[in-house]
Write a protein that binds this ligand. Structure first.
Ligand SMILES: [Zn+2]
Length: 371
């Protein structure tokens, strides 16, 4: 920033002054997309280790989580805002408006950019799991406060599991505010904050599964005609088992696109879930194994080989072969060939799935183009 720009900032507090500073960091270029306007596009934005998914519809857009990873080597706020700026420059009809911002749970790799999003874009509706504790609790608190301060223009709902009675999930005008004239997307919440400890066994890092915000993740299913996608946030095994029980034979988990839970952690996907989904395409949102920092994919060993193998065994669609690092444990990786339609933001850059209402899908990635 020039001295003059700094001075103008100090004097006028222009919105540009709140913009995250773009350092010498990888950006998240928008992949080259078709000009079709009758599709749903699911943009898995490369925000490093974390999650940030933009869903683009013919008449609106929504965001699930706001990333991401922040260190000297990577600024997820800058990457997220740059991506959304490029998106809205293409979709000028949407007037920089997000019909919905959904935060899955209060961990910083999911909420970090919420302030940047609220200050740069219009947000009409907001949902989260209602919690304000945790490494990203302040982010969810900021979203809730924003909705209280702008109650006329921004509607908010906390998603609680006890409100979800239908196996197909919960919906209302805040969870699904989008009404497109031809094909109307359907948005349902299948999981949220759990009120009473179900007695989930196992302690990790001194916490029971109930005390871990991951297991209170808002889980969303989005349908566009015959195309469907599931976003489980960082939901872990005990909660996934209960989710499978609750949805039963309803088919509510039978989807085409899967946001691989918990960045491909060993506890974020189980074989029964893969069977219930029978996904055509699965996408990991994670940082690269090369950034060897705390709070990184490298530190956690994301994505784990066992999850990659589980999905490769349960899927049939293929992708152009790619050889990538997969985690054997925290800080330990080995190279592996991927042949099924598994994509990763650390492998492919931002990944966009273009889903047609008849269920046909195409994948476009920032690094490897259309597939
Ligand atoms: Zn996470």
């Amino acid at each position: 920033m020039t001295k003059l720009a700094v001075l103008l900032c100090l004097l006028a507090l222009t919105p540009a002054c709140a913009a995250p500073q773009v350092r010498d960091v990888p950006q998240a270029p928008l992949p080259a997309l078709s000009d079709r306007d009758d599709v749903m596009r699911i943009h898995f934005i490369d925000i490093g280790q974390g999650l940030g998914v933009l869903l683009e519809f013919p008449c609106a857009a929504m965001l699930i989580d706001t990333g991401g990873e922040q260190a000297d080597a990577f600024n997820s706020d800058a990457a997220l805002v740059a991506y959304l700026d490029a998106f809205f420059a293409r979709r000028t009809d949407l007037q920089r408006t997000l019909a919905l911002v959904a935060l899955t749970h209060p961990h910083i790799d999911h909420t970090r950019g919420v302030g940047a999003v609220l200050s740069h874009f219009q947000v009409q509706n907001a949902i989260d799991n209602g919690m304000t504790q945790g490494s990203g609790g302040a982010g969810q608190g900021e979203l809730q406060q924003f909705a209280r301060d702008h109650a006329e223009t921004t509607h908010y709902r906390a998603v609680h599991l006890e409100d979800i009675a239908d196996p197909h999930g919960l919906t209302d005008a805040v969870i699904d505010p989008i009404r497109c004239p031809n094909i109307d997307p359907q948005i349902h919440a299948l999981w949220g904050q759990v009120a009473v400890d179900p007695g989930w066994p196992g302690m990790r890092f001194g916490k029971t599964p109930f005390q871990n915000a991951n297991n209170h993740s808002v889980v969303l299913r989005v349908d566009f005609g015959k195309a469907s996608a599931l976003f489980t946030g960082d939901l872990e095994e005990p909660a996934i088992r209960d989710l499978l029980k609750r949805t039963g034979e309803s088919g509510a988990l039978n989807v085409d696109v899967y946001q691989v839970g918990h960045h491909g952690s060993f506890n974020g996907t189980i074989p029964e879930l893969v069977t219930a989904m029978s996904p055509e395409i699965a996408v990991f949102s994670m940082g690269p194994a090369s950034r060897q920092l705390t709070w990184s994919a490298w530190k956690y060993g994301h994505p784990r080989k066992e999850i990659v193998d589980m999905l490769e065994a349960g899927m049939t669609r293929r992708r152009p072969e790619i050889t990538v690092p997969v985690g054997l444990a925290g800080e330990k990786f080995q190279q592996q060939k991927i042949q099924k339609a598994l994509y990763g933001t650390a492998w492919d850059g931002s990944v966009v799935i273009e889903a047609m209402a008849d269920g046909r899908m195409k994948v476009v990635t920032a690094k490897h183009g259309g597939q």
